[in-house]
Design a binder for this molecule. Sequence first.
Ligand SMILES: [Zn+2]
Length: 278
Amino acid sequence: MPELPEVETVRRSLLSTLVGKRITGVNVSMPKLLRNLSAEQFTALAVDRHFVDIVRRGKYLLFRLSDGYTLVVHLRMTGQLRFATCEEDVPRHTHIVLDLSGGHQLRYTDIRQFGFWFFARNEEIAQVAGLDKLGPEPLEDDFSVAYIMDRFLGRRGKLKAMLLDQTFVAGVGNIYADEALFMARLHPLRTPDSLTQDEVERLRSALRDVLAAGVKLRGTTFSDYVDGLGLSGSFQNQLLVYGRTGQPCRGCAGVVERIVVAGRGTHICSRCQPRMVD
Ligand SMILES: [Zn+2]
């Protein structure tokens, strides 16, 4: 599932190619992917508008269009946006195609069809479920030690589940949560309210470092993910624990284990990330 670094990479890859292009036609073969409009309504509203900017918020992409409209896209599990020329073969599982000025297209493929599109006036996009409740961006200043300490105060439950909670921090998913917890030497089953200020500082730094590195390496490609120009990321070569079950820990002589936390496969080194703290 694309997380902050992958979605940000898609944003950056499409920005220079898409901005300024005008939508000349719309072809929707899977109308259920349009969250709030019929294919006819979407076509009527989108055609002749042009792309002004692309913004990311958490794992949501916000395409700003002319005349005060925004297209919100969430890729969920297997959604992909591809900028292409009209002549290029249309891949399987292509469900929405925007024809663009200059003989180009923006194509949306989604094998599992969990993603969605929402198109509305700028002031109406707060209606998108989850978008209005997102926590701070982890790479921005408001994701501060004070903020985390405040949110962790009296908080039981599991530390990893907290990192995956988009209302606590926006854009973090399974891969980068595991990597950050390993880097911070924190067990994912710790309760948030058990962390000391020093541990919170380690966690914040680790999360920011791993996400920034993920963006720099243009995301993690295991199976599906590619950016808006079809290029794979390379952060998968840097992973410390995620997907490395049974392999040697990169921090000690131990072995990476897989446990289940909050229903998600979770990768840890129990020597580097002790469950109990003295
Ligand atoms: Zn270790």
